[in-house]
Write a protein that binds this ligand. Sequence first.
Ligand code: GLC
Length: 642
Amino acid sequence: MVTQYIYGVPVETFAAVKEVEHGKELPYFSWEKDMTFTCPLGKEDIVYGLGETMRGINKRGARYISFNYDDSRHRDDMPSMYGSHNFIVVDGEKTFGAFFDTPAKVVFDIDSAGDGLLSVACESSDLRLYIVEGGSAYSVVKEFLGIIGRSFLPPLWAFGYGQSRWGYKTARDISRVAAKHREAGIPLDYICLDIDYMDRYIDFTVHKRRFPKMAAYVKMMLEQGLHLVPIVDAGIKVEPGNAVYEEGVEKGCFCKNQDGRDFQAEVWPGMTHFPDFMRETVRAWFGSQYRFYTELGLEGFWNDMNEPAIFSTESRKKNAPPDAERGDPDQPGRHIADYKDFFHRLDDGRRISNYKVHNVYGAMMTKASGEGLEKLLDKRYLLFSRSSYIGAHRYGGIWTGDNESSWRMLRQNVYHMPSLNMCGFLYSGADTGGFGGNTSRELLLRWLAFSVFTPLMRNHSAIGTRKQECYRFRGTEDFQSIISLRYRLLPYLYSEYMKAALRQDMLIRPLAFDYPDDEKARRIEDQLMVGEGIMIAPILEKGVNGRIVYLPEPMTEVRYSGGSFTCMDVGAGERTAMAPLNTVVFYIRRGKLVPVGKAVSNTAEMDLLDVELLGSGTSYEQYVDDGSTKECSLDRCVVRRP
Ligand code: GLC
């Protein structure tokens, strides 16, 4: 059961899609007039949720600040990330969920002082608060997912392996990356085009010399089974002659500064204007610009810099030190004041600073692009964004931004996945191998072995760091083997993703959700459930060749190496699972089946129905379609038996 409580006049965030009953008296929380909601926690209560925030799956013991931020120096104690996902689930003495639906800053203090207090301080007094009740933490989440609507449904090729790097400059660079993967026998479905494909980083342009004859190039790559996925940044370059800029100015599509002029902020292309995505007409206008790309034959996009990221403004110099007034003491280094300097006009006529609606800016960009692409294409598209808010999950996925090549960030990737799923974001993943810093062969192999199970599986890294395409390392066959496992598991992973999305369920869950009465399983954070049948226990440490795995019930242990599966039934309890670098070990639950397909070099070659079934179950309900139809429904499931 979901009940909503309205304070003030909330700004439309488009987070919920279902009518929800209004409650009279707010349960669980005491409410202070300064919009701080407090709730005592039981000693053993676990608090789930908060999507993209740092730290573990149990959010207890720290403070988290919802105020979208593009800090690329990811640390465990970072209070804010690129997205704000204000949904928490308290699981223990009382079990309930709470969604603080407000586009302004929210501070979640989840017992950081150890005094057993959960406090949620909302900066705005205009707020919609949803309370979700009924049964276990997992059923509370499912109830919530029902309210926020069905997840984005990407095409099958978006579940293939993707290669990306900031620094691919020309069509020749891209072709070389494709050829090298082919030579090494590494399957590949798409290559991302970072900002260098554009003419001076201007959105909706292609650099003529670097990518001559783009449409023909896109077509040629598609014939090889490869999609190209260009980046699109939020800011539109201020430059006479830039048609999108001129049209945007003329139609009044941009955010304004204090005195009513179009606000200017420096990002990659120099000075830009930010589209005022808060208005429907502006979203429709921006979404229609993607025609530029779809006419080139492109069907996948990553939206970036949409927190929005700002290097400098007319009134603040680049790299200006954040001073006491301008910086936020909670987050030194930020220029919070920039966001007080520009304004949106809402559809209800209100003029409001970005500071007050900051957390939905990126989500509104995703909504704009998703709705545009929906009109422009007669098939499903790939879209993932850096910034997000709950609701954007209906239009696209997200990636978790500029992480670094470290074991800590691999572990964080594991924690992020179930938390994001709780907030609706099923299609997500991290920069596999790490974005900043230099990766190592061992880290990349272990990271790939985990990414096999995340819907977005993309190797991406920053310019200036060690190049990390798999073919650059010794023993390429180990990389080939792990990536081929992804493809062999796709009949299962794709089917489980589509079923979870269509049923408004989670794909990746903490063990606690499937084994709520198992005290040990409830505290485990480095093992996850993937779909109905698989449990994974990724290796997250350097220099080890195995790990201890906890099995809440007897399962089938599956080892994949050298292109083949070896299955063994194992009992419940702790066991040591050895996994050399070229081996991936995972588990199939008792009574479940997992369909595995043939090795292929991309999804275009794949036959989802040509599978063998692993595990001890008697039947498997497999979702199957052509991978791109817009008409997706559970009617497309077929029953497979051994
Ligand atoms: C941002 C993105 C990163 C991208 C870079 C250049 O840092 O998060 O993925 O490579 O910009 O466009």
